[in-house]
Design a protein around this ligand. Structure first.
Ligand SMILES: C[S@@+](CC[C@H](N)C(=O)[O-])C[C@H]1O[C@@H](n2cnc3c(N)ncnc32)[C@H](O)[C@@H]1O
Length: 222
């Protein structure tokens, strides 16, 4: 679902208060040229991630689902010079594009792209003692969202912020049949968050250039 007025307003927001620069523009152009799907967050959503990371004073960020590194760049720009961002990507071709985009943005000293299924990479991060992360952004295969939130909790501290993208899917969160695994995963995610005493959470519906969707925002409270 999309709407010309949503697009116009999103483009107005992005043009006025979340403008692109050469690195962001090049990241999207290189991703498109490499044939990656155009499913990165919108510019104003990238700016939201950047602001949330900054408000959180994040020094250590985990991202699950890199694509071409567009959201990675927005998040990493909120980090201090000695900060760290680890981003997990299944597809080696996506990871290669992301590494080049991140290097062009001058962020390769603080960002590490790890290739492989996130559910394989996350136990490795735990074994390495990579956490606790100050912010976790989850934007990969939606069917595994409940598992990713469980891992985010394991790699968190009280105060960690967890953001899960694409929890509305054009409203299908309430209307889809239970044979859609992405929607089943998202409903399981909401059940998990609702019964998890260590999480305080809300969710918002969004409209814009990425259609009708939404995000879940949670804070670890214990
Ligand atoms: C929506 S895109 C990420 C967009 C990116 N966060 C952005 O806004 O610029 C989802 C990415 O997750 C990756 N992915 C899918 N399944 C995965 C898995 N099991 N482990 C890690 N990454 C996965 C896909 O290859 C894709 O690149």
């Amino acid at each position: 679902m999309t709407n010309p007025q949503w697009n116009a307003v999103d483009e107005y927001f992005s043009r006025t208060i979340a403008p692109a620069d050469d690195a962001l523009t090049a990241a999207l152009a290189a991703s498109t040229a490499a044939g990656l799907p155009e499913i990165a967050v919108a510019p104003n959503q990238g700016k939201l991630l950047h602001l949330l990371a900054g408000m959180q004073g994040a020094r250590n960020i985990l991202e699950i689902g890199t694509l071409g590194g567009y959201s990675t760049i927005w998040l990493a720009r909120a980090l201090p010079a000695d900060g760290r961002l680890i981003t997990l990507e299944y597809d080696p071709a996506h990871a290669d594009v992301a590494r080049a985009n991140i290097a062009r943005a001058g962020l390769d000293k603080i960002v590490e792209v790890r290739t492989g299924a996130a559910l394989d990479s996350l136990p490795v991060l735990e074994a390495e003692g990579a956490g606790p992360f100050d912010l976790v952004f989850i934007d990969a295969d939606k069917v595994n969202n409940p598992r990713y939130v469980e891992w985010a909790l394991k790699l968190s501290r009280p105060g960690t912020v967890i953001i899960v993208d694409n929890v509305v899917r054009g409203g299908r969160i309430t209307t889809a049949q239970p044979d859609d695994p992405a929607i089943t995963g998202t409903r399981e995610l909401f059940d998990l968050v609702a019964r998890e005493p260590r999480l305080d959470a809300t969710a918002l519906q969004t409209v814009g250039t990425k259609g009708y969707d939404g995000l879940l925002l949670a804070r670890v409270i214990g």
